[in-house]
Design a protein around this ligand. Structure first.
Ligand SMILES: *Cc1c(COP(=O)(O)O)cnc(C)c1O
Length: 801
């Protein structure tokens, strides 16, 4: 049906009639989108079935990626690209007077994630399938993804997101593969045949129904599966109040938790976590036992990867099945479990480490809690043998302590691999945050620097640049992104650099249109597009960026002739609804934007644009248009970052601290092609450990700092009373925990240098080229190969290299 344009048109029109019961003339854009989506899914289904059969018959080891989030974005065009039918479809639609771009607008972003962690999972799925690796995702089918953000009077307002409003063309409900997940109740312990047996009784069960989505690899017949679970009432509830039961059950997969750092202490969240893990393991075992007689060699054929600690209950759940259902002894069950599970740590922020109060945990998951208790007791016993009388160390390392279950400790103890997500992050884990675990299990720790799906973030997002690259170095970089290095040969090719410049300009013009539509402000595409898009967090320091903008405002006011290169500062950021401080920063950015944009003396030099509702589809429009990438987290705090990589591959230059993967960007491009500033991670960690930083000194000794900080509370912003006092206090009364004032001067300096550098157009374009050429390393293809070889020990079905 996609073999030629005419074939496509014929099938499309026939399908449209069948599916929508309408002739072409009365059909709507949504009908067209539904029709095309259905055609693609059908086209894929043969390969999907065949891939599954191949996995079954070949008995190759499989990896299952467990993640509580998948930030997929839109799938239509990416699927067309991966299938190699984009141009046939686009041309065919065109002849019918239908624009593929407009059909793409019909598709809702699948926003089942908060930010970097969920987007990483989505990029990994793309790379796993594209590399012909036998790997599948498991997650939750939230009815409402991450909230939709609106600004009202400069404040963030959250609206429920409704991605399923018009259905989801990519999913297939598999009601016959539903499984039951038990909660509450008690554990009955009995002796049977001289063996203790445990039964979970009086449980309330939820039925988990899988919805499968095909994961199409790039130009390969491999189609893997993303299985998302939906919570539904079990058919015959032993429940007094059926309506209440139904409501409570459906609530479990209703909302994604819009919080990616604080531990949300909610029973619902724990229910989500256990539902994901229990349903997924049951589904894995069902298919496993079709092929293998028992579970004794499970770990040789299956790897379960947990993306952060949210799915860590996979460890006690697998133990429970092996012991309670398979009748295995503890030691054998532990051997199999701890050789099946691998774990990625995503953060060292202590407030983000999941801990569950026993009083919540035990009643909800009584048998799982018992097993964790036993894991803990045996672990502490081993520790006692290894470190006799070292109570302090044992208390530090224990899985259960101070009436809480520490999920990260369970993950390290119950897995065979613990990886960080960038070199610096892994070193901090090993040498500091998890040092005592590292001493105990040095062999478990390893690094896997994050990556991005370059076929989404370059090939799809930036078609013009992609075309230029392909013109010069051929197509090989699609599947072998390290080939981008061959662009280095064109560093001195003036015509090529001019082309790069023209494309960036084009992309900026397109973003300028988006900006005009959204905020009604016309921006000058010759000015620097300086972009910070990411979740709003104190440690990411959007505050530093906006204080610098206030400083530029002050400079222009004091000296209208001061030499400031015109710049458009672009922000995109959602704040967690309960994160008071982050919301204050949003309001501040909007207040500065109002002040700057409405003052003609200022706004012909700088503008501030805060785009609403930052999400994957908006991100795809932003990265290709950026000149400057703001990666200014307090050093040591950003585990990796992946936005930094998306900017780099689109030719933006990074202004950043030596944090997360910025360190590796710096290594790759060298000092001349990145703008680094601020405290190093060692300096930051030294301050945290030994003290010695007094933010008030920076306030008093740097008049630029004093001026902008005072403006937060001085009536500088009209119509806000005490609005920004909490920010003022965070900087002075609370001694500026994120070193905003400490890094302010060096940030101002580097921003000045960026202005100078941007004016040297040729040099800038060369730097941009060097960034693009070195960005292949950050493809998630590279990352996934490292996981496959180093952790999962899986091989491609067809063979790479
Ligand atoms: C890449 C991405 C992120 C992560 O950005 P960081 O700068 O690494 O925090 C967050 N949200 C979206 C929509 C993304 O595409």
């Amino acid at each position: 049906m996609f073999s030629s344009k005419d074939q496509f048109k014929k099938t499309f029109l026939k399908r449209l009639e069948m599916l929508c019961g309408k002739g072409f003339n009365e059909s709507t854009e949504r009908d067209h989108y539904q029709t095309l989506g259905n055609m693609i899914r059908e086209y894929v289904s043969k390969d999907w079935i065949r891939t599954n059969e191949e996995y079954r018959s070949k008995n190759e080891k499989q990896v299952y990626y467990f993640s509580i989030e998948y930030l997929l974005g839109k799938l239509l065009r990416q699927n067309l690209i991966n299938l190699g039918i984009e141009s046939v479809v686009e041309a065919g639609l065109d002849e019918l007077g239908i624009s593929l771009d407009e059909l793409e607008d019909m598709e809702a972003d699948a926003g089942l994630g908060n930010g970097g962690l969920g987007r990483l999972a989505a990029c990994f799925l793309d790379s796993i399938a594209s590399l012909d690796l036998p790997g599948h995702g498991f997650g939750i089918r939230y009815k409402h993804g991450l909230f939709e953000q609106k600004f009202v009077d400069g404040y963030q307002v959250e609206l429920p997101e409704q991605w399923l409003r018009h259905g989801n063309v990519w999913e297939v409900r598999k009601a016959d593969m539903a499984v039951k997940v038990p909660f509450w109740g008690q554990v009955e312990t009995k002796m049977e045949n001289e063996r203790l047996v445990f039964r979970h009784i009086n449980a309330e069960t939820i039925t988990a129904v899988p919805y499968d989505m095909p994961v199409v690899g790039y130009r390969t017949s491999t189609v893997n599966t993303l299985r998302l679970w939906n919570a539904e009432p079990s058919p015959f509830p032993v429940h007094k109040d059926i309506l209440k039961y139904k409501r409570e059950t459906e609530a479990v997969t209703e909302f994604l938790y819009p919080d990616d750092t604080h531990d949300e202490g909610k029973i619902l969240r724990l229910k989500q976590q256990y539902l994901l893990v229990s349903a997924s393991i049951q589904s894995i075992l069902n298919s496993y036992l079709n092929t293998y007689p028992n579970l004794e060699e499970f770990h040789q054929h299956v790897c379960i990867h947990i993306n952060d600690t949210h799915p860590v209950l996979a460890i006690p759940e697998l133990m429970r099945i092996l012991i309670d259902e398979e009748g295995m002894g503890w030691d054998q069950a532990w051997y199999i479990t701890s050789n099946t599970i691998s774990y990625t740590n995503h953060t060292t922020l202590t407030e983000a480490l999941e801990k569950w109060p026993i009083r919540i945990f035990r009643p909800l998951l009584p048998r799982i809690y018992m097993i964790i208790e036993e894991i803990n007791e045996r672990f502490c016993h081993d520790l006692w043998e290894k470190y006799p009388s070292d109570w302090q160390r044992i208390e530090n390392l224990a899985i259960i302590a101070h009436d809480q279950v520490k999920m990260a400790h369970l993950a390290v103890v119950g897995s065979f691999s613990v990886n960080g997500v960038a070199q610096l992050h892994t070193e901090i884990l090993k040498q500091r945050e998890m040092n005592q675990f590292y001493q105990l299990f040095p062999e478990k720790f390893n690094n896997k620097t994050n990556g991005i799906a370059h076929r989404r973030w370059l090939l799809k997002a930036n078609p013009k640049l992609s075309e230029l690259i392909t013109d010069k170095i051929g197509l090989a970089w699609y599947q072998n992104p390290i080939e981008l290095r061959r662009l280095l040969d064109y560093q001195h090719d003036q015509a090529f650099l001019d082309e790069l410049d023209r494309i960036k300009h084009d992309n900026k013009r397109r973003l300028a249109e988006v900006i005009y539509k959204q905020v009604g402000i016309a921006v000058d595409v010759d000015s620097i597009f300086d972009v910070q898009v990411k979740r709003l967090h104190a440690y990411k320091r959007q505050l530093l960026n906006i204080l610098h903008i206030m400083h530029l405002y002050n400079r222009i006011k004091e000296d209208p002739s001061s030499d400031i290169v015109p710049r458009v500062f672009i922000f995109g950021a959602k704040a967690s609804p309960g994160y008071y401080y982050a919301k204050k920063v949003i309001k501040l950015i909007n207040a500065v934007a109002d002040k700057v944009n409405s003052d003609p003396q200022i706004s012909n030099r700088i503008k501030v644009i805060f785009l609403e509702n930052y999400r994957v589809s908006l991100a795809e429009k932003v990265f290709p248009a950026a000149d400057v990438s703001e990666q200014i987290s307090t050093a040591s705090k950003e585990a990796s970052g992946t936005g930094n990589m998306k900017f780099m591959i689109n030719g933006a230059l990074t202004v950043g601290t030596l944090d997360g993967a910025n360190v590796e960007i710096h290594e790759l491009v060298g000092d001349k092609n990145i703008f680094t500033f601020g405290l190093s991670s060692e300096e930051v960690l030294h301050y945290y450990q030994y003290g010695g930083y007094q933010s008030i000194e920076y306030y008093h000794h740097d008049s630029r700092i004093k001026q902008v900080v005072d403006q937060l509370i001085s009536g500088f912003f009209p119509n806000v009373y005490n609005e920004f006092e909490p920010i003022f206090d965070s900087l002075l009364a609370e001694n500026d925990q994120y070193f905003v004032l400490r890094d302010f001067a060096s940030y101002v300096d580097i921003q000045q240098q960026i202005g100078v550098s941007f004016k040297k157009r040729n040099e800038w374009q060369k730097k941009s080229l060097i960034n693009i050429a070195n960005a292949g390393y950050f493809s998630s293809d590279r990352t996934i190969k490292e996981y496959a070889d180093g952790i999962w020990k899986i091989k491609p079905i067809k063979g790479w290299d």
